[in-house]
Design a protein around this ligand. Sequence first.
Ligand code: GDP
Length: 282
Amino acid sequence: MAFGFFKNLVDRFTGKPADWDKLEETLIRSDIGVPMTLQIIKELQQRQEKITVKEIVNVTKAHIEQIFSVANPKLRPLPNRPKVILMVGVNGTGKTTSTAKLAHLLQCDQHTVMLAAADTFRAAAIEQLKIWGERLQVDVVTSEYNGDPAALCYDAYSTAHKLNIEFLICDTAGRLHTKHNLMQELGKVVRTIQKHDKEAPHECLLVVDATTGSNALAQAREFKQAVGLTGLIVTKLDGSGKGGIVVAIQNELGIPTRFIGTGEQSGDLQYFDKDEFVNKLL
Ligand code: GDP
């Protein structure tokens, strides 16, 4: 995975006098966001000497590194009760696939997992998760099409608790008639799970598609406001040449990227590693 972001900078600015408009355009196109773009340009413009491409890359890298200050610890189970992970996001971002990939990642770390197919409004999503469950040999709790997702998650928690399952991952709906309905539904799921455990959901992960650029930033803003988020899963970072959105969401909304998706197979999900990420930008 290489995002080609710095390569664009190097290709466009080597041996040429600083063209601030072009630099601004390149940085904005990379999805790192307007505020960070302006900060980088301001810092470079304050330098008296001739700007080289090396300086552009170094200043940009330093700004990006600075916002990822904290570590990204692995998910750990809770004593005596399931850890509930709520997967949220709009349809098509890779939510159901990421639910399965996360289950697989946790299995690889020797954890037990159960899935809840709480996107009950899409028959295809229920079927898709069932197929993943068979493939990964993970139990999937389902209800009938159009069933109540909150009740489903409540029941799934009871089952997971009874069976001493360490992680319960709930795949929620991504589209109802209106955004208001969707957020209300999610709120109801949260309140219902809290009847079992008032600290649940212990993780609320928003799935965003890196290739959608600033749309992902807008989605993160809305979901953060409506349900609160503990982190992000950024999908489709394979071959897109885009990774800057991770920077914008961290910088502008303070939401850490926890996992990155780099393909459609169960093994294509990794914990986000800031050092690796910044290196691969080059
Ligand atoms: P949902 O509607 O958000 O649940 O999205 P799905 O999980 O059904 O995924 C939508 C499409 O994106 C499917 O074709 C997935 O295989 C694909 N997909 C999901 N994650 C990734 C990823 O990290 N990389 C690539 N290339 N495709 C992905």
